[in-house]
Design a protein around this ligand. Structure first.
Ligand code: ZN
Length: 276
C-alpha cells in the first residue's frame, strides 16, 4: 500500500487488535519475526527511527508511532512485509485516517502512567531536550535553523486527540535539496519524492502545492517527538522542552526517563487502554 522512504521498497501494512499489555508490536511477515515498539529495541536513529530484534529490523517507524500515540492507542499489531513502514505523504495523517476508519475500542486494563517529579535533561553541544514536572503532558519545541524559511520558531503542543488530528498529524517531513545527494550516496531516500517530502531550496520550497501550515516544519518536529516518546511504553505527565532535538536526542530522553525511576512516580489514571 505504499513505498519506504529510504529503501524505496513497496510495502503493505496491516493493523490489527492486540490484547491488553501487548503494547505496539511490529511483525515482519516476510521474516516471521516481531519486535515491540520500546526504546530498548531502537537500533538506529539516523534520518529515521529503526527498531530491531533478532537480526531483523523495521525502519521509519516514527510517523506511524506518532499516529498511534496521538490517537491514544495502547495495544496494536502492525504487520509489514518489508523492512520499512511506508512513508505515505510524509505525515501521520494517512495512518490516522486508516485507524479512525477501522474504529477503536476500549479495553479494561489500564496502561502504566507516570508523573515526572524532578527534571531530566540531556544536553549535547548545540541542542538539548528535557522533561520537567507539569500538571499535564505537553511539548514545547524550539527550532533554530540557519534557513530563511525556518529560523527561530516555537511551538507548544498539549497532548489531546483533537489537537493531534488537527494541528500535528498532517505536517509532512522535510529535507534540504543540498542533502538529497548526500542521502542518495548513502543509499537512502530511494523512495523519496515531492509527493512525500517537503524539499527546501536555498530560499523556497520546491513542492508546487505549497505548505499545509505556515509553520509545517516545526509541527513535523513535534510529530516526530510524539512518535519517539511513545517508545517509552508508558503515558507520562510532564512537560518536554526540545531545542533542535531529533530522533537521537528524543529517544535518549525516553531511555533516560526509564533509567531514572527516582525522578518519577507511577500514578493511577482513568483512561483505559485501547485497541483498534
Ligand atoms: Zn519525521
Amino acid at each position: 500500500m505504499g513505498v519506504g522512504l529510504h529503501t524505496g521498497i513497496n510495502v503493505s501494512l496491516r493493523l490489527s487488535p492486540a490484547p491488553p499489555d501487548s503494547g505496539i508490536v511490529f511483525i515482519r511477515n516476510d521474516k516471521k519475526t516481531s519486535v515491540n515498539a520500546r526504546v530498548g529495541n531502537i537500533v538506529a536513529t539516523d534520518y529515521s527511527s529503526t527498531l530491531g530484534l533478532n537480526g531483523s529490523s523495521i525502519q521509519t517507524v516514527e510517523h506511524l508511532l506518532a499516529a498511534i500515540a496521538g490517537l491514544h492507542i495502547d495495544n496494536l499489531y502492525v504487520e509489514v512485509d518489508s523492512p520499512e513502514v511506508p512513508i505515505m505523504d510524509g505525515s501521520a495523517y494517512p495512518f490516522v485516517e486508516l485507524i479512525l476508519r477501522s474504529g477503536v475500542i476500549q479495553q479494561d486494563k489500564i496502561k502504566p502512567h507516570i508523573k515526572i517529579v524532578e527534571p531530566i535533561e540531556i544536553i549535547e553541544r548545540d541542542r538539548y531536550i528535557r522533561i520537567e514536572p507539569s500538571p499535564f503532558p505537553a511539548i514545547t519545541y524550539l527550532m533554530d535553523f540557519d534557513h530563511p524559511l525556518l529560523n527561530k520558531q516555537r511551538f507548544v503542543y498539549h497532548y489531546s486527540i483533537d489537537s493531534f488530528i488537527k494541528e500535528i498529524a498532517p505536517a509532512r517531513t522535510f529535507g534540504f535539496l543540498k542533502d538529497v545527494i548526500t542521502l542518495q550516496e548513502k543509499g537512502l531516500g530511494k523512495g523519496g519524492s515531492l509527493n512525500n517530502v517537503i524539499i527546501l531550496g536555498d530560499l523556497e520550497i520546491l513542492n508546487e502545492e505549497g505548505l499545509r501550515y505556515d509553520d509545517e516544519f516545526i509541527r513535523h518536529k513535534v510529530l516526530d517527538l510524539i512518535g519517539d516518546m511513545s517508545l517509552l511504553s508508558m503515558s507520562f505527565i510532564g512537560h518536554i522542552t526540545a531545542y533542535r532535538s531529533g530522533h537521537n536526542l528524543n529517544t535518549r530522553l525516553a531511555t533516560a526517563i526509564l533509567d531514572n525511576s527516582d525522578k518519577w512516580i507511577e500514578v493511577g489514571q482513568s483512561e483505559k487502554g485501547l485497541i483498534v
